[in-house]
Design a protein around this ligand. Structure first.
Ligand code: CA
Length: 210
């Protein structure tokens, strides 16, 4: 649908994003939950101390986010557009609508599926995942979430989403349990013009509210 060719750093392709976003708003499909998984539960209310996620400029994560490099979290990815950009999903900074340079961008040389894994320094009970995208033109539209339960070395699927159309963020409420990691597996992202591209700005993992 978009014939323009985007080159270079997608995180900085603001104008292209605006143009593509307008098209996505028209053509995006309604979300359909993957039939092999349970539907995601109703999203929990935003935390009182959560930063606005639709701000034009960058904003900060909520104070109780466990998935932070500053708290000892680490990250693995299938590929990077720029070396080291994967750590931007745990740096505590959320991309803005007009400034989405703070993100992991998968390599354009590699096709989907792309994946990103966040590891916690010790098991933590988590019941909510908040994923912030970056360039709305290349946001994930078909993806799955997994957790690694404490004491296990296997990923356990907690949600599967098809046709996701919010270009900014996704929130999933999951069964509370102690986990050591979270995995996002992305099968498809929004851009037809650059089908290999996908971006995530931040992954937040939250403990149950006290
Ligand atoms: Ca970030």
């Amino acid at each position: 649908m978009h014939n323009g060719r985007i080159v270079g750093n997608f995180c900085k392709a603001a104008l292209a994003a605006i143009l593509l976003t307008a098209q996505i708003a028209v053509f995006a499909a309604d979300p359909v939950v993957s039939p092999q998984t349970e539907p995601p539960k109703q999203a929990a209310p935003a935390a009182k101390d959560a930063a606005p996620i639709s701000a034009a400029k960058e904003s900060a994560v909520a104070k109780d986010d466990l998935a932070l490099k500053s708290r000892g979290a680490t990250v693995k990815v299938d590929s990077e557009q720029e070396p080291g950009c994967a750590e931007k999903v745990i740096d505590g900074i959320i991309a803005g609508e007009k400034d989405f340079s703070n993100c992991w961008a998968a390599s354009l040389e590699k096709g989907h599926a792309h994946w990103i894994e966040v590891y916690l320094p010790k098991p933590e009970v988590v019941d909510r995942v908040l994923i912030h995208f970056a360039d709305p033109a290349v946001h994930p539209v078909w993806f799955e979430g997994f957790v690694m339960p404490e004491g296990s070395d296997k990923w356990e699927e907690v949600f599967g989403i098809v046709g996701y159309k919010d270009p900014h963020s996704f929130e999933g409420v999951i069964q509370p349990q102690p986990i050591t990691g979270f995995r996002m597996l992305i099968y498809e992202s929004a851009s037809d013009a650059v089908p290999n591209a996908t971006q995530v700005s931040e992954i937040e993992l939250f403990p149950p509210k006290k």
